[in-house]
Design a protein. Sequence first.
Length: 148
Amino acid sequence: MYLNKVLLYGNLTRDPELKALPSGSQVANFGLATNRTYKDKNGAKQEATEFHNIVAFGRTAEVIAQYCKKGRPIFVEGRLQTRSWDDKENGKKNYRTEIIVDTFQFGADGGKGGTSSANSAAGEQPASSDGEAIKYPDEEINPEDIPF
């Protein structure tokens, strides 16, 4: 069995561009930026950013184009696909690797309905629906105490 599976969580680098195919089906193209933090050989903290080309089809494309905008986070699950075409202008073959979306989830929206990482890092507790802060237990939870 072979596997071609991609999981990405990042921010849109541009607004999705929605187009219609000759068949009438919708296609959305957008960019996604992911980053990772690591320490180099000297122990200095480094950050590397990768940019990905994302393509969604059908109803998925319509929803992404409607609700996602540049800078917003999104979780994308899909597969890698590389297309190639001949550039007749300079006689060169071009390649483009894309992630074809199977499913997606909207990311946390920075405090507009979701819990932002800034609040969690500052030690603040999110407010419950009745305006009170949620009270979490102070003691550690032992996994062996969980009944399932």
